[in-house]
Design a protein around this ligand. Structure first.
Ligand code: XMP
Length: 311
């Protein structure tokens, strides 16, 4: 694939679609949305507004970090606080697909729609990729950002049009485009992070308390596995609890599963053969630094039959 030609073609396409109007890019800080934001910025300059939705489900310091990284490359990012909306909508929901649909709904029907109306903008740029589409169409899981391909027209339903420049590409190609666009390594080599964010790493009901636990655990796991070279690594908070003993007293505590996988494009994955020493170190950090975690397990299931995420 000729990446330079791809970039030129997409910039031209975005310009043609948007014409003299304005567009909005929703940036999450991941490789895909970052790539789309730079493409949009190159195509439209100041006619592109870039926003980061703080849904309360992001990793530690994520909004601040994203704003900082993009400021360095000359792109202003506006942070919009929508935490309450997401937690309210997720209250009491335990079914994984229902949780995914709710998150998608709050984004598209509520948050994006209002932002686009307020700014009088009719175009929304987003970083949907080929794997997202294939998994949703095949009914494996409803990826939060796949709509058109399953027959949902945002134009008819919400009054705005989606522009998705990356739908032909998979993660490995998107990383190459991102690098060529001048995005820093911390972005183009960033591990994938799902649209439903930390809500995808909480089994059962998503509450502020559970998100706080998994957020702390994510910071620990990402720090310890930063140099593992793996495709993706993260903790998941189980709904079941387990008996433990702390300070000589019984504790009925939380169970964390660590997932770390090798993959090229997320279609298939194999568990990384992490060393015992590394696993012990992570376990020590998790159980010592996060109250209530008294059990840590390592997942050795490949995809298939598992998927990478747990919901
Ligand atoms: P699974 O769990 O299906 O995940 O093996 C494959 C890859 O996709 C990421 N993922 C998502 N990405 N929106 C996204 O943008 C989503 O709803 C979503 N769900 C999963 C996952 O992290 C993995 O890299």
């Amino acid at each position: 694939m000729n990446y330079k030609k791809f970039i030129d073609k997409k910039i031209k396409e975005i310009r043609e679609i948007v014409g003299k109007e304005k567009a909005i890019s929703v940036l999450s800080g991941g490789v895909d949305s970052s790539t789309v934001t730079v493409l949009g910025h190159r195509a439209l300059g100041s006619r592109l507004k870039t926003i980061f939705i703080n849904n309360g489900l992001m990793r530690e310091n994520e909004p601040e970090n994203v704003v900082k990284v993009f400021r360095k490359i000359g792109i202003k990012v506006e942070v919009i606080d929508a935490k309450d909306k997401f937690f309210k909508a997720l209250k009491g929901k335990i079914d994984p697909e229902e949780k995914r649909k709710i998150i998608s709904d709050v984004f598209y029907r509520d948050v994006f729609k209002k932002i686009l109306e307020k700014n009088r903008v009719k175009f929304l740029l987003q970083g949907t990729n080929l794997t997202d589409i294939e998994e949703t169409v095949a009914g494996i899981k409803f990826q939060h950002n796949v709509l058109k391909q399953i027959g949902i027209s945002t134009e008819k339903k919400f009054g705005y049009r989606l522009i998705e420049p990356l739908i032909e590409l998979r993660k490995d190609d998107i990383r190459k485009v991102a690098k060529l666009l001048g995005l820093p390594e911390e972005i183009h080599q960033r591990i994938p992070f799902p649209g439903p964010a930390l809500a995808a790493r909480v089994i059962g009901e998503v509450t502020q308390e559970k998100i706080a636990i998994v957020r702390k655990a994510t910071a620990i796991v990402e720090k310890e596995l930063k140099n593992s070279g793996a495709f993706q690594y993260f903790p998941v908070l189980m709904e079941d609890k387990a008996t433990g003993v702390r300070g000589g007293k019984r504790e009925f505590g939380n169970i964390i599963i660590i997932r770390c996988v090798e993959s090229i494009d997320a279609r298939t994955a194999t568990p990384t053969k992490l060393s015992w020493k590394v696993l012990e170190k992570i376990t020590k950090h998790l159980t010592n630094e996060i109250a209530g975690i008294n059990r840590v397990c390592y997942d050795i299931t490949p995809k298939p039959p598992a998927t990478i995420e747990y919901i």
